[in-house]
Write a protein that binds this ligand. Structure first.
Ligand code: SAM
Length: 200
């Protein structure tokens, strides 16, 4: 079953990935509100949205078709399967992760997307100018994600206000949230070591 799903995904994405150098990726795109609006505002960018719930992807595709957008692609798959097939020569310029499932109970934290292992894996598809945009209404998840990124060898959290938020368009879960927090992270910049002056 798992192998059949991967095979189906490979067939769906084969042509899509062909010749692609960079893309904007949204994991857990839900009904596609954000990415459809983002793609319409950025016709020069190729956008990919993925979600594990088929009905959400159907609705997202309806939005895309109504807007006659050729630069956004919605795929019904998990992040795990997507990255298993995503060629490492394609870089992700912007990664949107908005209101991922918070898994509030401690024993379920292992199901959360934003964990050190996932952040390590992501590093394969980023360049120094890539940005990760994360938003949640669940403060403990925000705190844990910030800590995971700050303590990670490959990522830095950009200080609040140092860079503008790239795009505002209310998502379904954002509309339901009384409040939320956002952060921007970037791949860790190589440190330039100043030449050492050796005492004689
Ligand atoms: C709380 S909803 C948020 C949806 C949307 N981002 C929003 O803000 O309205 C989380 C979404 O992530 C999707 N999701 C959960 N785990 C996923 C995974 N491993 N890969 C891809 N999508 C996933 C769920 O199906 C769901 O649509």
């Amino acid at each position: 079953m798992a192998a059949a799903r991967l095979q189906e995904l490979a067939e769906t994405t084969q042509n899509l990935f062909l010749g692609m150098e960079t893309c904007v990726l949204e994991i857990g795109c839900g009904h596609g509100h954000l990415l459809t609006a983002y793609a319409a505002a950025h016709p020069e960018k190729t956008c990919i949205g993925i979600d594990i719930i088929a009905d959400r992807i159907t609705r997202a595709n309806r939005k895309k078709n109504r807007a006659r957008l050729a630069n956004v692609h919605f795929i019904n798959t998990s992040a795990e399967n997507f990255f298993a097939l995503f060629p490492s020569q394609i870089s992700v310029s912007e990664l949107f992760i908005f209101f991922p499932d918070p898994w509030p109970k401690r024993r379920h934290h292992k199901n959360r997307l934003m964990q050190a292992e996932f952040l390590s894996k992501l590093s394969r598809w980023v360049t120094s100018s890539s940005r990760l945009y994360f938003r949640t209404d669940f403060t403990p998840y925000y705190d844990d994600t910030k800590a995971a990124l700050s303590g990670h060898a490959n990522w830095d959290v950009i200080p609040e206000g140092a860079e503008p938020w790239p795009f505002e368009h209310e998502t379904v879960f954002q509309a339901r949230a009384p409040s939320y927090q956002s952060l921007i992270a970037r791949p860790k910049q190589p440190t330039t070591t100043p030449p050492t002056t050796r005492a004689q």
